[in-house]
Design a protein around this ligand. Structure first.
Ligand code: ATP
Ligand code: MG
Ligand code: FE
Length: 356
């Protein structure tokens, strides 16, 4: 069966197509279905938001509206399919921006109604985990997921990506990607801040400045994160240097900031895997593209005997293939379709994988 996935939760309009193998029933109960990627088309409005230093919801919604149909057409063309080949539609039902979700949900309902195929409103965060199956095959059960993006930072226990996900911890303030974006602005690098900080950090010394590791005190929740104190510490450090008339060593600041983020994320993720006796970790979301995060995660997972899976960067950032991949898992699990009258839910909890 062919499943089309539609993603419009933030600033990427994504349409993905995947094929679910049918002759895999035994495999499906053991480890999860085999899902093959057919197409993954993304139109991003990120440049439109760059001058504001963050996503402007109204601008994103309008861009989705313009990009929706052309992106779907491109995905079908890439896969060499037509709409009549689509057997089921999955769409991001949340979490995300209300107006942005609305565009994808409305389009998905229209396609599902016109084609008379089932519609699944699914969780964006679960999609970030499910996407890894397109690259590395079925996900072991359970696995641990570290989700790090511009809007989210969460540690998840994934017993079944189609139906059972538990949040172990999350950020209490800024998301990891948000911290990158804010620190980039502080040191004068462009938005989005992740890639330029990653690049600048390569020329810097990660031990030059001892920035704080948030939420690592004995009384702090073991699997929660905090990045706003780190961002403030960077701002203070720059202010002090400027007051003393010193020039700002941007590469050292970036490397030291990046080290603090990667250190806390990997330390807590490995601790959670140990605590729950989980042998596989998936890191996904835009920040998973960070070179230091993946290197440190690899080092620490290896030392702890944990298998690490990181999807390629293209699959880590928001896209439609991740929603199609999750839809394929929901279809393979024979779960009921969503009612045609559901709407986007901006704060959809990760425990709700499919809306009913
Ligand atoms: P959501 O939170 O809903 O997934 P999003 O659009 O913010 O939405 P992504 O597209 O997954 O999330 O990721 C974008 C974020 O990833 C930005 O904050 C960006 O700075 C960050 N990012 C991208 N590349 C890197 C990198 N190499 N290092 C660190 N951060 C990065
Ligand atoms: Mg984005
Ligand atoms: Fe996302």
């Amino acid at each position: 069966r062919v499943i089309m996935g539609i993603e419009t939760s933030c600033d990427e309009t994504g349409v993905g197509l995947v094929r679910l193998s049918e002759n895999d029933a035994a495999d499906a109960t053991a480890t999860g279905p085999r899902v093959e990627l057919l197409a993954d088309e993304v139109a991003s409005s990120v440049e439109l938001h760059a001058r504001y230093g963050g996503v402007v919801p109204e601008v994103a919604s309008r861009a989705h509206l313009e990009a929706m149909a052309p992106t779907a057409r491109r995905a079908l063309a890439t896969a060499g399919l037509t709409l009549s080949d689509v057997d089921a539609i999955a769409v991001t039902a949340g979490p995300g921006l209300a107006g942005a979700l609305l565009v994808g949900v409305a389009a998905a309902k229209a396609y599902a109604a016109a084609l008379d195929v089932p519609l699944y409103g699914v969780n964006h965060l679960a999609g970030h985990v499910a996407v890894d199956t397109l690259e590395h095959g079925p996900l072991p059960r359970p696995c641990l997921a570290l989700l790090v993006s511009g809007g989210h930072t969460q540690l998840l226990r994934v017993d079944d990506v189609a139906s059972k996900i538990t949040e172990l911890g999350s950020t209490v303030d800024d998301a990891a990607g948000e911290a990158y974006d804010k620190v980039a602005r502080i040191v004068g690098l462009p938005y989005p801040g992740g890639p330029p900080i990653d690049k600048a950090a390569r020329e810097g010394d990660p031990e030059a400045i001892a920035f704080p590791r948030g939420m690592t005190g004995p009384r702090d929740a073991p699997f929660d994160f905090s990045f706003s104190g780190l961002k403030t510490a960077v701002a203070r450090w720059i202010e002090a240097a400027e007051r003393n008339g010193e020039s700002i060593p941007v590469p050292d600041v970036c490397a030291s900031f990046q080290e603090a983020v990667a250190d806390v994320l990997t330390m807590k993720a490995v601790a959670a895997a140990r605590e729950y006796g989980i042998g596989t970790m998936v890191i996904s979301g835009g920040v998973a593209a960070n070179s230091r995060l993946s290197a440190l995660a690899r080092e620490r997972c290896e030392a702890a005997g944990i298998e690490l899976r990181v999807p390629r960067p293209r699959l880590c950032t928001d896209n439609g293939a991740m929603i199609a991949a999750l839809g394929a898992h929901v279809v393979a699990a024979d779960l009921p379709a969503s009612p045609l009258d559901f709407s986007g839910t901006p704060a959809l909890p990760v425990s709700t994988v499919t809306v009913r």
